[in-house]
Design a protein around this ligand. Sequence first.
Ligand SMILES: Cc1ncc(COP(=O)(O)O)c(C=O)c1O
Length: 409
Amino acid sequence: MNCLPKSDIRESFPILSTVFDDGKKLIYLDNAASTQKPRCVIERLKRFYESENANVSRGAHRLGNIATSEYETARDQIANFIGANPEEMIFTSGTTESINAIVYGWGEENVKKNDEIVVLVSEHHSNFIPWQQLAKRKEAFFKVVSVRRDGTLDLNEFKKAITNRTKVVAIAQVTNTFGVIHPIDEIVEIAHSKGAITVVDGAQSVPHILTNVKEMNADFLAFSGHKMLGPMGIGGLYISKKRIGEMRPFFFGGGMIDRVYNDRTKFANPPQKYEAGTPNVAGAIGLAEAVKFLKKVGMAEILDHERQLLEYSYHKLDGINGLALYGTRDLEKRVGVLSFNIEGVHPHDVATILDFQGVAIRSGHHCAQPFMRYLGIHYTARASFYFYNSVEDVDALTDAIKDVKERFS
Ligand SMILES: Cc1ncc(COP(=O)(O)O)c(C=O)c1O
């Protein structure tokens, strides 16, 4: 199926024409949690299950060969999308599994007592807890570096935190709470200058910013397919050539071996070495289709569109009494995420009332409790845009926020 985005891009996303029983149209502004899927991705999954479904790398039959070939082609395309070589990218279920894979595959072997692991206070729990727990197991230091209240990082403060004992620096390129873009190239350079390895949580950056792992020069990059038009349960982990030899398998079983003897096993070469068991073949193929779609839309255009929506949001929302809007106002440092609070109204109530109008946003701690605690705000409401959102969506958000204000005044 032709994956060219329609001139009206929203028509490519069947779910965006949802009208609820009460006549309210869906205004989907929860893209940082998960994006919607274009018709071509949905059709691709259907085609796989209708005419290509078989396990990969095992059978000698035709279907098995087709499935294997499509799966590996998907790897090529997705690796290419992030500037990696295919053998440097393994499929996982998503960012959480990718980060845990680094912890168990690399961290268990290489992090030692008194080493330091550095994260930012604004990390998502998925890039926080696995490192915190590794530090506990290894008696290493878990260092949590502060950011400014607008979510941006003071590079000088960060620099001070990195020492010769720092073994790992694990940082999200874009925060899921405020959508703040961190200067990842400089962060990687500072970490490497002290001999630390770098782990980039790309869950919120790969879907919005053109990614090139070679230019970024990080050792690892984790991302989730469902946040970039792909199916749920598929994602990737880039492991640089330098680190791939240091990584030991973290799951064992079928599909990852060369020879197995009673007393030992010779493992397959990467990437298969790190993909034990039956992989999510349909998911990988669906994600490759998603990546084709993103390329056609254009990553620069996506970011630009999100920033225009952010700017328009500020134009509409600034000045509303009692409305706190979080995050730096330097839109060059932002993707289309807008966290806010309405004075005197719990964000869960805000989200519920917005839902009365069909406006879907998220509320809560956004899996970033240390950051919320640090800011002293506990929770926020969060609207997050993607390229298929429009100024009309922002208008609907604004009206719904005004409705909340009225109900609680
Ligand atoms: C910055 C960040 N890291 C990690 C994750 C975890 O992603 P997943 O649940 O797809 O594994 C998320 C999800 O919201 C995220 O925003």
